[in-house]
Design a protein around this ligand. Sequence first.
Ligand SMILES: [Fe+2]
Length: 344
Amino acid sequence: MIFRQLFEPVSGTYSYLIARRRGAEALIIDPVLEKVDRYIGLLRDLDLRLVKAVDTHLHADHITGLGALRDRTNCITVMGEQTKADVVSMRLADGDALEIDGVSLDVLYTPGHTDDSYSFVMEDRVFTGDTLLIRGTGRTDFQNGDPRLQYESIFNRLLKLPDETLVFPAHDYKGDTVSTIGEERRCNPRLQVKSVDEYVALMNNLNLPNPKMMDVAVPANMHVGLSQEAVKERGWAVTPDEAIGLVEQSDIAFVDLREPKERARHGEIPGSISAPYRTLSEQIAGGGVVRELARNRRLVFYCAYGERSAIAVRAARESGIEEARHLHGGFDAWKRVSGPIKRV
Ligand SMILES: [Fe+2]
């Protein structure tokens, strides 16, 4: 297993790079924009292919590296379904699994610091974002924070994990790198309360100044989505309304780039062919299923929000597949115009 805890000193942020082995797929949790060059260098050194960049929540104290990593590696950007970020490529919900080759993280919705805060459990460890910090907890006084929800998230979700579970938070300002669930239960001063009301009173009386970067970071982090306009201007996009008219046409193939779990949860456009985004380069190479399909069909790629498909349509065109377009806004936009949906 490859596991790297990376530090950004200005905001005191920890980012985590995870992969099963050298040469495999990788994911990164809570990357910071200023460190993207370093992540790319490390990926190269370890011969890893970044496939997912994940934020535990919408950060107020630093600008996320999600957009820059997507632009440089074509990775999938991932956040929770409650996020107000304009577009991320994949949205998770409680109970989902966050997966790459040989690695699976359980997804826990742990609101309270923000209403889009998630934690991820991987084998012997948990990534707690700003929900549970080492000897602290994330503030709850902005971004729809709620101390009552945070109490529930900590006491009824995170502290239910085995005591020896390692705790890796999104921040530390004192130089601590890791703790355990048992240690935090016993020693975290914020958790020595007798009731939820006591916790709420404690959190509501912290009177913290706003983070220095907040006015810059929050708006920037809300707009990490890939602009699909350039793809549209080149005539490589179809609107959801246009796409509805293409469903029955025999010379059209809808290619669904989402993962099996996303398809199972949301359904698909009737008659779609599944080709998960992670396998795209093989699918459009010589002998690949999508390339074969393109011999006598016009392709319409789609995904959840149009981000993966916008990248795919460019890759397909670059590989010489000329009759390729994508569904602008993705399956989310399709649902909004009441396009037909088949359960998978
Ligand atoms: Fe935060």
